[in-house]
Design a binder for this molecule. Sequence first.
Ligand code: NAP
Ligand code: MG
Length: 404
Amino acid sequence: MDKIKMITPIVEIDGDEMTRVVWQWIKDILIYPFVDLKSEYYDLSLVNREATSDQVTKDAAAAIDRLGVGVKCATITPNAQRMTEYSLTKMWKSPNGTIRAALDGTVFREPIMVDGISPLVSGWTSPIVIARHAYGDVYKDVEAVCPKGSKAELVITADGKESRVLICDYNKCGGVVLGMHNLDDSIRSFAKSCFNYALNKKLDLWFSSKDTISATYDHRFKDIFQEEFDTNYKSAFEEAGITYFYTLIDDAVARVMRSKGGFIWACKNYDGDVMSDMLATAFGSLAMMTSVLVSPTGKYEFEAAHGTVTRHYYRHLKGESTGTNPIATIFAWTGGLKKRGELDGTPDLVRYADLLEKATIQTVESGYMTGDLKSIFKKEGVEPHALTTTEFLQKIADALKQAL
Ligand code: NAP
Ligand code: MG
């Protein structure tokens, strides 16, 4: 069989621990035998981030900006314990945060659905894709304790003039106060990424906030989304047969629960933080959740939503086989290669990625999976078997060979 050719390289971002091991297995078993892989490789293992003073992360982000499509393995975000474990000279920032900031991007999380793993909400028959605004609000706030007898005011200084608004008079008892902000540019980038991704996926877009209560702050989000839609996206949405829909966050939550799925839900920072964990759990498994970073200018980075699966790694180092679920990482690769193929006009690469996704789902649906899925798999007439990661990848490769 001739290997599938690529034109433009994909930015390949390697990572840490168990997912780094699985990364190599996926390439060896599911990619190299079928595709003449062209990649520009960046090693974002914590060891190499330390060795390069994190320059490699910045280079990787610049490469995605230049080439347009990247695929990323999970990476360790250092904390105090990791500082000791890896003898770090600095607590390097989260690579995802650095790349997201460099590309000014928005993260979309999407569950992979399989017959036999049912969402906890029985009406959801299609995925719900969630987008979270990743700048500002309570994540960049300032807070203070206000003792009894104090007064908190909002002071805005412009052109040397001060305007003051009373927040609270703490005359009866003490309390707390919080100041937070957002920026028009960031909200606009968020809106553009959401509209672009909706067009790319041909899915309706919902956006929710609390503009009735927050009549200036949240209303600004609503207005910027509407303005962007009206000036730049309306006709493209009509052509694609999709809609943009704004509603209050509480109404959105109720509608999401009653829905069949099959749309993108854009959320403000805090709402997205909370609701994405709710959706991931309700759809069945973190190991079945993919994630894609989309920039307002249409650059893409695909990855799994889960972390480096540390506990499995230490078992792997002791020589035990782990049965780490590779599906979300496989879908990061297929997402990236599919996008690369679309941009380069190489239908063989798109077809390969589609068939690899189908082969993966079909393998699970026919009863072969990793241990984490076996415990939640229920399908009439199909007995689930727990495989090791490489056994599972081999089964998928067999199904893919058949399909190709
Ligand atoms: P995690 O790696 O997602 O793992 C949490 C637990 O979820 C695992 O211990 C495992 O449970 C289960 N799990 C997750 N993915 C799985 C898979 N593919 N197959 C089977 N089980 C899976 O999260 P964490 O333990 O909180 O974080 C570990 C490291 O990952 C941290 O250093 C963190 O900084 C990093 N992280 C990176 C990213 C990223 O790069 N995008 C995201 C999150 C976390 P059992 O152990 O019970 O089997
Ligand atoms: Mg959260």
